[in-house]
Design a protein around this ligand. Structure first.
Ligand code: ADP
Ligand code: ZN
Ligand code: ZN
Length: 735
């Protein structure tokens, strides 16, 4: 970032600031009174806002304002001499606020660590140096005569540059240093020694497909490009990342790796740490603030070589970025679905463009968006079609359960296969994407059901610990012993959840350990590592779990995967339903046969003839042309752009009326439409009534204009305090 000096001309200096406020705009301030120094974009500043003083961020230093300068208020203080943001990082955040049409004052703080957001100084490195500028060098000895302390500092700097910490220990005070900098006699510079990072353990011998991908990625270093690494489960995508990262580190650059989950994938973290003789820093939601502040500073100062992080890490400052990897790019965990709604994958791509570095998107089940971009030639595509190492891809078999007698959802055939696999000493994974014991509790006599008082949903029946639990609002209630409506004792569970299947399997296979894996049992940070360690022993184990089991884990001893209820996913009303079904089943199936013994995947369905169920036999991408075709016909992403304006309020009519009103003046373009206002699929959640406008357009520019008009109308339309509205561009769900 160029050092912009205080302007000597008569143009006013104006600090354009992102202020913590729900308004979608910047606020301009004058520098503090008597101010003579320089300020740079990316520095924090204390400003008056209404009657309060708040910490804001300078997003630009300019000389023009739409507000007359006599009406501008002066800032109270500049908090940072050096900006806390890198230039590209600041541009990224400002871009994201614009693209997602979210208040810039809420977006920019995502580039700071928790402590920095509260106004704490950056954790210092001791690696900032001070050196003379050409102007300082040119001063005669002993000058400036009227400031002997400054003159002494200049004499000291003539001996050579020195770190700020060093100067302070030699007794030079901050104001003296600042005075030289302000008069451009000296300048601060970053004197962190250049990193020399090593690869520790030798890489595996890449197979030819891996080699081709690595070489292609490395060949694009130093410029922006996107690589879609489409590799079947267990094909060695991680090895491709590791070798591409090794090259990046050898050039002294940092790599940012985004993962859907970190706490759940300790294996990945361990592999990265083992491979590099360089600092690997992880960032995830389980970290405390101090730990986060440290990780943040290490990334900004270039001390962290590899940054492994979840969604929000896409905004970390990086001193020397060379490569960005998004692993499991299709995963919904990359999409923030409340507050500031964004896709970390899409932001990562924009970041690659701003940082001029390659971006690698890896998946065994790429999203339709990424696949389409590769088809259009916008992304380089590299395929890994075989399993690396010992494993081979599992065989799939469908079991038509129409008319069959099931036990806790399981057919006799599946039970037989489980028994055989366990007896042969292998591990089994039973997949059922529903927590709890039963979906709901029903009265056999009067039809009462365990509806949540706060949501349009039923409360799930749990047995361990016993109770009713709403998975939408987290409300809990005691288990009734008789029907609250007719006092009948004949209460029955409806629909099967993991606890029920677990109970049945524990009894049926009493000589084998049965382990349930869902968010109820895996909440602690050490739960997943402990499970993985246990499985590594290779003893026969029966696991029953939810989609948590689909997340990239390497379970080498699992040879049988049983999908209890494929149909639950088959008829989703959401536009991504089919894509998600295909991804989930491919990922879960991919846990089988990752070592020598070949694996098998059994899928229970009542619709074996359904085209999508048929597709499960073929490689994942065979299904994509027809799914893309459906999207094209419906004008849905990636063909056409989608946005949703959501509203929640204390009563439905109020929300609907608000949306109708803001819809009034919205522009209409050819191929665009605004659907609604309509109630959301779950019209009431946590006692809030939810409704929405869905905007579809044939291109992004048209979408942006329509949404901007809706946003402007929403900001100027009066509404009750209890009504909230938000914008969702490229929504993951449109319900
Ligand atoms: P993915 O990330 O595609 O699911 P992984 O990178 O986890 O696959 O690789 C699966 C297994 O194959 C791992 O145990 C890994 O060590 C091994 N592996 C990967 N590449 C190679 C290779 N070139 N030679 C031998 N083993 C490999
Ligand atoms: Zn009843
Ligand atoms: Zn609820």
């Amino acid at each position: 970032m160029s050092q912009k000096l205080a302007d000597n001309s008569h143009d006013p200096v104006i600090w354009r600031c992102a202020v913590p406020s729900p308004l979608r705009r910047h606020f301009d301030y004058l520098p503090p009174e008597q101010w003579t120094g320089t300020a740079r974009a990316g520095a924090r500043v204390a400003v008056p806002f209404g009657k309060r003083a708040v910490t804001a961020i300078i997003s630009a230093v300019t000389s023009e304002s739409s507000v007359e300068s006599s009406k501008l208020r002066p800032a109270k203080a500049l908090l940072d001499e050096q900006p806390l943001y890198t230039e590209a990082q600041l541009s990224l955040l400002i871009w994201a606020a614009g693209y997602y049409q979210h208040p810039v004052g809420e977006v920019l703080p995502l580039g700071l660590s928790p402590g920095e957001r509260r106004g704490k100084p950056e954790r210092p490195t001791g690696q900032t140096g001070l050196r003379l500028t050409a102007r300082g060098e040119g001063l005669p000895d002993g000058a400036p005569h009227r400031a002997p302390k400054q003159a002494a500092l200049i004499t000291r700097l003539r001996e050579g540059p020195v770190t700020l910490t060093g100067l302070k220990s030699e007794g030079f005070s901050r104001p003296v240093i600042a005075a030289l900098v302000d008069h451009s006699l000296a300048e601060a510079y970053d004197c962190t020694p250049d990193a020399h990072w090593q690869v520790q353990s030798p890489p595996l011998q890449a197979n030819w497909q891996q080699q081709a991908a690595i070489e292609a990625i490395v060949a694009t270093s130093g410029s922006f490009s996107v690589h879609l690494l489409y590799g079947v489960t267990g094909s060695g995508k991680t090895e491709v990342y590791l070798q591409a990262i090794a090259d990046c580190l050898r050039r002294g650059q940092q790599a940012l790796v985004l993962l859907p989950e970190i706490a759940l994938t300790p294996q990945t973290q361990a592999r990265f740490e083992a491979r590099f003789d360089a600092p690997v820093v992880t960032m995830h939601s389980g970290m405390g603030d101090a730990e986060r502040d440290r990780a943040w500073a290490a990334a900004r100062q270039g001390r962290a070589a590899v940054i492994l992080g979840t969604r929000s890490s896409v905004f970390v400052p990086l001193r020397q970025p060379g490569l960005i990897v998004v692993d499991e790019e299709h995963d919904a965990a990359f999409v923030q679905q409340d507050g500031f709604r964004y896709s970390a994958r899409d932001v990562a791509i924009k970041r690659g463009q701003l940082e001029q570095c390659p971006v690698v998107l890896g998946s065994a089940t790429p999203s339709l968006e990424s696949w389409h971009n590769a088809e259009m030639g916008r992304y380089h595509r590299h395929s890994l079609t075989e399993r690396a190492g010992a494993g081979s891809l599992p065989k799939q078999r469908k079991i038509d359960i129409t008319g069959l007698e099931l036990s806790a959802g399981l057919s006799p055939e599946i039970l037989h296969q489980i028994e055989q696999t366990l007896t042969q000493g292998h591990q089994v994974l039973v997949f059922l994407n529903r927590r709890g014991f039963a979906n709901a509790l029903l009265c056999h006599d009067c039809g009462w059901s365990s509806d949540c008082t706060d949501c349009d949903a039923r409360m799930t029946l749990h047995k361990t610990p016993p109770g009713l639990h709403c998975h939408h609002c987290d409300r809990r209630a005691a288990l009734p012993h008789q029907c609250p409506h007719c006092q009948s004792g004949r209460l029955v569970g409806s629909g099967i959840g993991t606890q029920q299947t677990e109970a049945f399997l524990t009894e049926r296979f009493s000589t084998f350990p049965v382990i349930r894996v869902d968010s109820d049992t895996m909440s602690g940070r050490s739960a997943m590592p402990a499970l993985i360690e246990r499985l590594a022993s290779g003893e026969p184990v029966l696991m029953i779990g939810t989609q948590m089991l689909s997340k990239g884990h390497h379970f080498p001893h699992v040879t049988l995967v049983a999908v209890v209820d494929a149909d639950a996913l088959l008829f989703s009303p959401d536009f991504r339903g089919e894509e998600r079904l295909l991804q989930l089943l491919t990922q879960v199936g991919g846990r089988a046969g990752r070592d020598e013994t070949p694996g098998e995947v059994l899928i229970q369905t009542r619709h074996p003839e359904h085209p999508l169920v048929q597709q499960l036999d073929a490689p994942y991408h065979f299904a994509l042309p027809s799914l893309l075709n459906h999207r094209a016909q419906a004008g849905l992403p990636p063909h056409g752009a989608l946005g949703v304006v959501r509203c929640d309020s204390q009563n439905l009519q109020e929300g609907l009326a608000f949306l109708s009103q803001i819809k009034g003046d919205a522009p209409i373009f050819a191929g665009s439409q605004i659907i609604g206002p309509v109630p959301a699929a779950m019209a009431r959640r946590k006692n809030r009534y939810r409704c929405q406008l869905v905007v579809s357009a044939s291109n992004r520019a048209a979408l942006a204009k329509i949404i901007a008009s809706l946003v402007a109308a929403a900001e100027s339309t009066g509404h009750s305090r209890h009504l909230n509205w938000s914008v969702d561009i490229d929504p993951y769900e449109s319900l």
